[in-house]
Design a protein around this ligand. Structure first.
Ligand code: 13P
Length: 236
């Protein structure tokens, strides 16, 4: 089971430190067997022990002239080996093109990062049905090396992110099952309004290998409760 927290634009370096220390203690005390990932803002990147700390974003170069960005060199300073690519907020709010996302994927694959690659459809596509959803997602995967061994895929329907409205259990089940059948993903996470009340049922769905959580994971106590509720559930 993979349980991941995306801080987005929340937390400081100090609070991230406290959060990770707290979670690492909890993992030890409660014998949590899941792989736990935390993606803090880039000002709070740090080395860690049992929690995998990853970057939410980076520019696909070793170093260079890209004002406001960080690149591989800055990640390496903290021993960061994990990154989110293709998150819906970067696609839709920051207008990253699929072409740019593909180049990020290639760069961080060549740098042997653990890549959590995010896919997902907007509401108007979901309303048309599963066939259209799969067609939409196929374009997000077209130039992605799906045989890359350090690949985690996160299915995050755009309309379920930060809205408090998670996809239904049926939608998650049918979408994950179709994606696994078509692409053979080994690690397929669900994300989008996962919370303390729905997380156990979601990770119990066949084809769900873990969750990528935003809002409900930002308080360390809540994230730890989620780790406890999901410990040893699901297939992994
Ligand atoms: P929420 O859990 O706040 O819906 O965010 C999901 C997400 O975008 C995780 O990457």
């Amino acid at each position: 089971m993979i349980i991941a927290s995306n801080f987005k634009t929340n937390h400081t370096r100090t609070s991230t430190n406290e959060y990770i220390e707290f979670v690492e203690e909890f993992i030890k005390k409660e014998n949590i067997s899941s792989d736990v990932y935390v993606f803090p803002p880039s000002t709070a990147l740090m080395n860690s022990r049992s929690v995998f700390v990853g970057a939410q974003n980076a520019y696909p170069v070793q170093s260079g002239s890209f004002t406001g960005e960080i690149a591989l060199e800055q990640l390496q300073e903290f021993g960061i080996k994990s990154i989110l690519i293709g998150h819906s907020e970067r696609r839709h709010v920051l207008k990253e093109s699929q072409e740019f996302i593909n180049s990020k994927f290639e760069f961080f694959k060549n740098s042997e990062f653990m890549i959590t690659y995010c896919i997902g459809e907007p509401l108007e596509i979901r309303q048309k049905g599963l066939k259209e959803v799969l067609e939409y997602i196929s374009l997000q995967l077209e130039s992605i090396d799906m045989s890359y061994e350090n690949l985690i895929v996160a299915y995050e329907p755009v309309w379920a992110i930060g809205t408090g409205v998670s996809a239904t259990m049926e939608d998650i089940k049918s979408t994950h099952s179709a994606l696994k059948n078509i692409y053979g993903f080994k690690n397929l996470l669900y994300g989008g309004s996962v919370n303390l009340d729905n997380v156990a049922s979601i990770v119990d769905i066949e084809g769900v290998d873990g969750v990528l959580i935003g809002t409900a994971s930002w308080k360390k106590e809540h994230f730890c409760e989620i780790l406890k509720k999901t410990n040893k559930l699901g297939g992994r």
